[in-house]
Design a protein around this ligand. Structure first.
Ligand SMILES: O=C(O)CCC(=O)C(=O)O
Ligand SMILES: [Fe+2]
Length: 370
């Protein structure tokens, strides 16, 4: 984790209990970049989260600006411009030292990228440390480019020959994470407040979780004890596997905490400590006539502290299986594989039957810690 002054607003609000979390700054694709504030050359502080408006961002982190090759830098900036990616540079040096080198580097360009100066080196070492490993532990890169999606989650990192590699790959990588889908969707009526978050699980991780379901015990009509509802057999028929492997429990909790936790703070002002319910893989097959009718997730005394439900599709090679929120509208949510639908446990929701194939979904709940 970056130091606390990075702004609690966007750091994972908490770390769940049971030491499920690591303390490292994670920069894997999907993780949110913790927010930070640094001065530009004009001495004014910019809060990173507030500095960009809906575009992918290429964050070039460098210890010393002198290390940058002028031609490679110019070519990276040009490629960013072509790809509508906003470049920003964070240098581990104070503004007086940075200023003359920067002038040479940008050669008087009027549309030069934003430069943020970390003279006290509060953030640069962590941003340069090996992804997923606590800083100070291993040799750090001297220069790294972190491509962020428009919601400032890591889309890709470039560590070796980063300027050349990023110049080459950034257009395609940015295209994959741009937030331009759905331009023809107009919301004219009621709409349930459902957060659909892409890239919470990587494709290989989805496959690993499905494998656990395949290996595990799961009864037809499996109704796990976490549904304290009455008449549950009429309510739900699925094949469930409750994740029992500690490493996988932790791998899942890490992803949910780092990738969904900060969104709950930002989007729903949910700035509380949380824990998770058991992580359960539900499977619905067309042949099995599986279903989960309309229900709420916090209706029993034992579930009253559930705050947000997570429904994360692990595959997408099936038809049907959408989520609907009948209190609001008939709009259907069908997150692609690896993406999560996250919504308040008080919302009425239903999983529609699968009409072709088999759906695997990881479900769990953020519980508010007392
Ligand atoms: O199938 C789904 O996505 C919904 C699962 C669900 O509502 C639950 O586990 O409570
Ligand atoms: Fe539910």
């Amino acid at each position: 984790m970056l130091p606390a002054r990075h702004g609690a607003a966007t750091a994972p609000a908490v770390l769940c209990s049971d030491s499920l979390m690591t303390n490292a700054l994670l920069l894997r694709p999907g993780d949110r970049l913790p927010d930070f504030a640094l001065p530009g050359l004009d001495g004014k502080f910019r809060k990173f989260l507030w500095s960009f408006n809906g575009w992918p961002v290429a964050l070039l982190v460098v210890d010393d600006l002198k290390a940058l090759d002028t031609a490679q830098f110019a070519s990276l900036i040009a490629r960013c411009k072509d790809a509508s990616v906003v470049p920003v540079v964070v240098a581990g040096m104070a503004t007086p030292a940075a200023s003359p080198i920067w002038s040479k580097l940008i050669g008087g360009a009027s549309d030069a990228p934003l430069l943020l100066c970390d003279g006290e080196r509060r953030f640069v070492p962590a941003l340069l440390s090996q992804a997923g490993i606590g800083f100070g532990q291993t040799a750090a890169a001297r220069t790294r480019i972190i491509l962020l999606d428009p919601n400032q989650h890591v889309a890709a990192t470039y560590d070796s020959r980063p300027l050349l590699a990023a110049a080459e790959g950034i257009g395609a990588a940015a295209e994959r994470v741009r937030s331009s889908a759905g331009a023809d969707v107009v919301i004219a009526g009621p709409m349930a407040p459902v957060l659909v978050l892409p890239r919470v699980f990587e494709p290989e991780f989805c496959t690993q979780v499905i494998r656990l379901w395949e290996k595990g015990d799961h009864q037809d009509s499996g109704v796990s004890s976490r549904y304290g509802n009455v008449g549950v057999a009429e309510l739900k028929r699925t094949e469930d596997y409750m994740i029992a492997e500690p490493m996988m429990q932790k791998a899942i909790s890490d992803r949910l905490a780092y990738r969904i936790g900060p969104e709950l703070v930002k989007v729903f002002a949910f700035d509380h400590q949380f824990t998770f319910d058991a992580h359960v893989v539900l499977s619905y097959s067309a042949d099995g006539g599986h279903f989960f009718s309309a229900h709420r997730d916090n209706g029993a005394p034992t579930t009253a502290d559930r705050a947000f439900a997570v429904s994360l599709n692990l595959n997408d090679d099936f038809d049907g299986g959408e989520l609907v929120f009948p209190e609001f509208s008939a709009v259907k949510a069908k997150p692609p594989a690896g993406a999560a639908a996250v919504f308040s446990c008080g919302l009425l929701h239903e999983a529609l039957p699968v009409t072709r194939g088999r759906r695997f979904v990881l479900t769990t709940f953020f519980r508010q810690k007392k």
